[in-house]
Structure formats: C-alpha cells, structure tokens
Write a protein of this length. Structure first.
Length: 203
C-alpha cells in the first residue's frame, strides 16, 4: 500500500511513508470490510462516518509538516486511524470526536495497539481542546464550511492548521501557517470529506 498507493502518488516525507507502512489499517476497519482494509478508498465505520482513504491520510499528514516534538490536535478522529498515523511521528496527539460511541471505540483501539501518546475525548471539535493548547499542528478530519476561529486561537506561533473546507463536492484542503498574529493561507487539493458536525447535529 505505502509503495504503490502512497509513494507512487507523490508522498515523499520518509516519516509519513514509514507511518503508513507500520500502522495496521485493518485494526481500524469494521470486520465486514477487512478484505478492503488496504484498498485506496474510504470505508464506512458506522454512524454515517468513514475512515479516509490511505492516500488522503498520508497527504494531509505530510501537508501538516509534523515534527517529532510536535503536539497535534486532531478534530474528528472517527476510527482513530489518522491519530495513529500522527502518533507514529509526533510527541503527542489530542484527538477529539463528537460522537461518544466512536470516541470510545477509537480510544480502545488505540490503547490496544499501545499508542500511549494519543489522548481521545468525546467533545465538540469546533471548540478544539483549550486546556491542552497551544498546538504545533491542528488537523481536521471532517469538513466545515469555514474553519472555526477558536481553532486558530489554539495554534502556536509557527504552527500549521490543515483542513478540508467547503460543502459537498466543492471542498479543498487548505493549509494555514501562523506567524505572530498573521495567518498565511494556501489552497491545496480538492477532496470530499464528511461534514464537521456540531453538538446539536450529533444528537
């Protein structure tokens, strides 16, 4: 998978490629989809949510430009797969999932796989994780129409925020870099993610 689907499509960061090799994606996939666990496609994980296709996970991780000492916030953890990939590279991952059932399942999977540097909570990811801020990186694994401003407030100086932004078929991955009070914005590739929901929408 890492050689053909990831490196073969242009991902070059060696730490990202190694993380994609070692994280067992089948552990994050429902039993009925195990035969498709390493196909380059999203898969249902229940509750109208999906596990992203491997290439997009690798692309978003590389776009975040993670460093070994980084503390990263992931919003919309879902199955926990993206959090595990990040945990192979950075010091700490703070994963927020709005659906309690998914948060519990992701936390159990990550603990079983000995990812001690990942912390999972069930909360509204639009609010980030204020008590753990600031973060060197923030990655959204679900798409808001616009990134909530409070997330930029939790980004450290020099930090990067990577998110799919938009609605339906008009989403694009966008990367912001903070430099003091300034935010540099860069549009990357077109994608299609599940929408980032609020607490009201999750009930």
């Amino acid at each position: 998978m890492a050689r053909q689907q990831i490196a073969g499509r242009g991902i070059r960061d060696p730490e990202v490629l190694e993380a994609m090799r070692v994280v067992p994606r089948h552990e994050f996939v429902p039993p009925e989809f195990l035969d498709q666990a390493y196909a380059d496609q999203p898969l249902p994980i229940g509750y109208e949510q999906t596990i992203s296709q491997p290439y997009i996970v690798a692309y978003m991780t590389e776009a975040l430009e993670p460093d070994p000492d980084d503390r990263v916030l992931e919003v919309g953890t879902g199955s926990g797969y993206q959090a595990a990939v990040l945990a192979e590279i950075v010091a700490r991952v703070y994963a927020v999932e709005i659906l309690p059932w998914l948060a519990v399942r992701a936390g159990r999977t990550l603990r079983r796989l000995a990812y001690r540097n990942v912390h999972v909570i069930a909360a509204d990811g639009r609010q980030g994780w204020p008590r753990a801020a600031p973060f060197d990186g923030i990655l959204l694994a679900a798409a808001p129409p616009e990134v909530p401003l409070v997330l930029f407030d939790q980004l450290a100086d020099g930090g990067r925020l990577v998110a799919p932004v938009g609605r339906g078929f008009t989403q694009r991955v966008v990367r912001w870099r903070r430099s003091g009070r300034a935010l540099e914005r860069e549009e990357l590739i077109g994608v299609r993610f599940v929408p980032l929901t609020s607490e009201a929408g999750a009930r």
